[in-house]
Design a protein. Structure first.
Length: 180
């Protein structure tokens, strides 16, 4: 059962606030730069189960605006805005493509476009030093992107398990919270 009206707005406000706190606090955890945007995306996916994808996308927009303005780690904010925030919400649409190898290819193109955008925006707009990608005199950018692609494939599979195992629980908890 989906919640309606003011309850959607309340849930959207709660999720947006939780995402803002999570993204603000990500600097306190060593791997938070990548984990926080991913967890925030899962929060939006959870919200979409009871409000619908369109309303979750509104919450994504509000969260993205707050995160880019308030999050001290702009690279993490870019990861959330350019990929982790919306990908869990559009993943089901991509799965409807009838040719399975094409589904995989489209997912990889979306991910790599976002990863490259984060990389170049981080260096040329935010001003992160290129030296961050040089270890012992060796440029590890290509290896870093290769590892990111492997992690993306694992993340995509994890979304399937998240959906299968937790959808009913999340719907039950949110419906109990809102008295539906």
């Amino acid at each position: 059962m989906k919640i309606k009206g003011v309850q959607k707005t309340a849930l959207g406000g709660i999720i947006t606030a939780l995402i803002a706190v999570l993204m603000f606090a990500e600097g306190f955890v060593r791997s938070g730069q990548y984990a926080a945007p991913t967890i925030a995306g899962l929060m939006l996916l959870s919200m979409s189960y009871v409000t619908g994808k369109a309303f979750a996308l509104y919450a994504y927009g509000a969260s993205g605006l707050i995160v880019i303005l308030l999050c001290p780690d702009k690279e993490a904010a870019l990861i959330f805005i350019l990929f982790a925030g919306y990908y869990p919400l559009i993943r089901d649409l991509l799965e409807k493509i009838p040719i399975k190898p094409l589904v995989f290819l489209v997912k990889l193109v979306i991910f790599n476009a976002a990863a490259l955008a984060v990389y170049y925006l981080s260096i040329y707009v935010i001003g992160l030093p290129v030296d961050d990608y040089i270890v012992f005199g060796v440029d590890i950018t290509k290896a870093f992107f290769f590892i990111l692609n492997i992690l993306f494939i694992c993340y995509d599979r994890m979304l399937v398990l998240f959906d299968l195992r937790l959808r009913k629980r999340i719907i039950t908890v949110i419906n109990k919270f809102f008295g539906s």
